[in-house]
Write a protein that binds this ligand. Structure first.
Ligand code: FMN
Length: 273
């Protein structure tokens, strides 16, 4: 396996001149104001070339358990966490996240969600949006949240990328997605749904509100669930609660770029003068 991504740490010193040059350059691009027709995981634009790298763990097969971080995972009340809000606000909108739920009968489920954002720092609240399946039926995630009013959020890193996105599979509700795909359950401390042990950072959320969306004909399309964060789990190799620092080079977050994935380890550090 060879990964051709170069790791670089770019330092930017932001003087007023540099910022105005950046703004001038950005203005040269003709950003479209129309709604993109590939809004939901569609095709890449013709003129944009991605730098392609190999899949991180190309030999992975369904059922193989992928790496669990070796460092200790610490659990925090949201208010005890030195820097939880900066992480949640800054990272969740771009990372790929696994949403875990449990059915009324106790069957665990997990699936990747891109519509997953921190929508309020106080009280810390994460919103996920579940769309109906193309045939109009409900996803297991929605059925389970309706039954339990809870969900877990586990952030995806490159060391378990393959198993994480394989949970996209449309399994029957009675099948445990963790067992079928090969993800390890980490018990939650407040909610019933397990979290993903492979993940470096997980949140336990209790649903406090929801909003149903309908199309122009009044048909329900999606539902947004607002979950208040009641517990956070963070691996000490990635997050230091004393300093509030997050080690993004080790984190190797997986993000979405149009219909593709990218690894977040090129950090641009901005020093404000
Ligand atoms: C990277 C990625 C992101 C996704 N994001 C969402 C999302 O935000 N909302 C959604 O409803 N489905 C999303 N999906 C599709 C669900 O993961 C998929 O429908 C899954 O089978 C649902 O599982 P469930 O029936 O167990 O809930 C995404 C899929 C992938 C691969």
């Amino acid at each position: 396996m060879s990964l051709s991504l170069t790791k670089s740490l770019v330092k930017l010193s932001t003087s007023t001149n540099a910022l105005s040059a950046l703004s001038n350059n950005l203005n040269k691009f003709n950003f479209s104001t129309t709604t993109p027709n590939h809004f939901l995981f569609g095709k890449k634009s013709k003129n944009f070339e991605f730098k392609k790298v190999q899949i991180p763990n190309a030999s992975w097969k369904k059922g193989i358990i992928q790496k669990i971080p070796t460092g200790k995972t610490n659990s925090y009340e949201p208010k005890e966490m030195n820097n939880m809000l900066r992480f949640a606000l800054g990272t969740l909108p771009s990372s790929t996240n696994l949403i875990s739920t449990v059915s009324a009968d106790g069957v665990a489920n997990t699936a990747p969600f891109a519509f997953c954002h921190c929508v309020c720092p106080n009280p810390p609240t994460i919103c996920i949006t579940v769309h109906k399946k193309p045939d109009g039926s409900l996803k297991d995630t929605q059925v389970n949240i309706e039954a339990t009013k809870e969900f877990g959020v586990s952030v995806v890193s490159d060391w378990f990328f393959e198993s994480a996105i394989s949970t996209n599979a449309n399994l029957p509700p009675e099948e445990d997605e963790f067992e079928k795909i090969g993800l390890t359950k980490m018990p939650s401390s407040v909610i019933k749904a397990p979290l993903v042990a492979q993940s470096a950072v997980s949140f336990e959320c209790k649903v406090v509100d929801s909003k149903q969306f309908c199309d122009e004909n009044g048909n329900e399309t999606s539902i947004a669930y607002y979950g208040q964060v009641v517990k956070v789990h963070a691996n000490e190799d990635i997050y230091d609660n004393k300093t509030g620092e997050i080690n993004y080079e080790k984190f190797n977050l997986i993000t979405r770029v149009d219909g593709h994935y990218s690894k977040v380890n090129n950090i641009i550090e901005v020093e404000m003068n």
